[in-house]
Design a protein around this ligand. Structure first.
Ligand code: AMP
Length: 200
């Protein structure tokens, strides 16, 4: 296969997938559903960080304020978190990343980490929805970083720092665009279809 994209020496079915999209696009839900279908771990950096905050670990103490304001945790710290998580054995069979990368620097770090195993990302799934839908969903959810001003800040940060990754992955031919403003099962079915994955 041209460029050896189909992962040298990888077990059949192994896949490295990134989920991209604004806060409240439903990508977390979809990432979990898809991971079950493919049999790979869904790795949510947001959930890892929230768990660290709840546990009161050193990482949690470092990221708490930044998260509460809807800003991004610094790239260097995220690189450590993700490198460590992807080196665990369950991720050797492929992984689905939800919430990483979120900046151009993070995308470069991910290429580096994946490249160290002589492999590349296989697919990037973008789940998007109109801004009024995203805000309405966030305000109906009641998480601590869901106050309206924080919701708006998270969206602003997404548009400014993360949205440029859409073109970055599109140019590489990896991007699959899915309309997130539909019922969960319909989105899930379109995600699977875009990746050629069967429902389980
Ligand atoms: P999420 O659940 O993915 O929306 O993440 C919740 C919060 O965790 C974000 O608003 C950020 O403060 C932080 N966070 C999660 N992933 C990242 C990342 N890749 N880079 C920087 N900050 C992150």
């Amino acid at each position: 296969m041209a460029g050896g994209r189909s992962s040298v020496g990888a077990p059949k079915g192994q896949r490295r997938i990134v989920f991209l999209g604004p806060p409240n696009s439903g990508k977390g839900t979809q990432a979990t559903l898809l991971a079950q279908s493919v049999g790979i771990p869904a790795i949510s950096t947001g959930e890892m960080l929230r768990a660290a905050v709840t546990a009161g670990s050193e990482l949690g103490r470092r990221v708490q304020g930044v998260m509460a304001r809807g800003e991004l945790v610094q790239d260097e710290l995220m690189a450590e978190v993700v490198r460590d998580r992807l080196s665990q054995t369950d991720a050797a069979e492929g992984f689905l990343l939800d919430g990483y990368p979120r900046t151009a620097a993070q995308a470069a770090t991910l290429e580096e980490i994946v490249g160290e195993r002589y492999t590349e990302l296989d697919d990037v799934v973008l789940i998007d929805a109109p801004e009024d839908v995203l805000v309405a969903r966030a305000l109906g959810r009641g998480r601590e970083d869901d106050r309206e001003e924080v919701v708006r800040e998270r969206l602003r940060v997404y548009r400014q720092k993360t949205a440029p990754l859409v073109d970055f992955y599109d140019v590489k031919g990896l991007l699959r665009r899915i309309d997130g403003d539909q019922p969960i099962e319909q989105v899930a079915q379109q995600v699977r279809a875009s990746l050629g994955v069967r429902a389980v």
